[in-house]
Design a protein around this ligand. Structure first.
Ligand code: AMP
Length: 213
């Protein structure tokens, strides 16, 4: 099963994508995590991506498409996947349609709906683990020990692009560039929409129901 999980930044896509992938017994991939991994390894792509990410704008389509397509084409991912954070533009959606044309295409697209006000509140308090990427929230789900990941003991940090001035820009870019992609999947009849302002477990349940898994 090939699933796309869509939603604005801070809607909980990462957490839900990992849960869904486990239930479907496939792998999840986050384009943002792929970029952050390149940055940690200081690759050329990582350096290029950083200059866009720190401003809260999208990395150009050609490099983003190439990076995600390489992931999709790995033999381990042939049985299906959950895409988190891709596609985010109409060009990316088109490239994905073309790449999957011979192998059945996208089965379902789930969209997690959250208001701009709630996103701003959530992203402002978000800290993530540098080692395993697990997110925490200083107000709603703080770690047991300050600055330490509950799962792996890694250091927790605030992403540069979760700083207040960048968050506003990211939400704006999402509304301009990615909302039309949501509308595209809605008009194709593939979209299942869930309320992302419920507790994490309830969002997970709603997604399972919406996707019929
Ligand atoms: P995320 O971790 O999904 O919030 O992504 C963090 C940042 O990575 C975004 O603000 C973009 O700068 C970049 N990014 C991630 N996915 C994409 C994509 N599909 N297209 C363009 N830029 C992306």
């Amino acid at each position: 099963m090939n699933v796309i999980l869509m939603g604005p930044p801070g809607s909980g896509k990462g957490t839900q994508a990992a849960n869904l992938a486990e239930r479907l017994n496939v792998r999840a991939v986050s384009s943002g995590d792929l970029f952050r991994d390149h940055q940690r390894r200081n690759t050329e792509l990582g350096q290029l991506a950083r200059s866009y990410m720190e401003r809260g704008v999208y990395v150009p389509d050609d490099v983003t498409i190439r990076m995600v397509m390489e992931w999709i084409e790995e033999p381990d991912h042939a049985s299906g996947f959950v895409l988190d954070g891709f596609p985010r533009t109409q060009a990316q959606a088109q490239a994905l349609d073309e790449a999957l044309a011979d192998t059945g295409g996208i089965d379902r697209v789930a969209f997690i709906r959250v208001s701009d006000e709630e996103l701003t509140r959530r992203l402002g308090g978000r800290i993530i683990c540098a080692a395993c990427q697990r997110p925490f929230n200083l107000s709603s789900s703080p770690p047991s020990a300050e600055g330490r990941c509950d799962d792996c003991g890694g250091d927790l940090y605030q992403r540069d692009d979760d700083k207040a001035e960048v968050v506003a820009r990211r939400i704006e870019v999402y509304n301009e560039e990615t909302q039309p992609v949501v509308d595209y999947y809605r008009s194709s009849g593939l979209l299942a929409e869930v309320d992302g302002e419920q507790p994490v477990e309830a969002v997970g349940e709603a997604l399972s129901q919406a996707l019929g898994i």
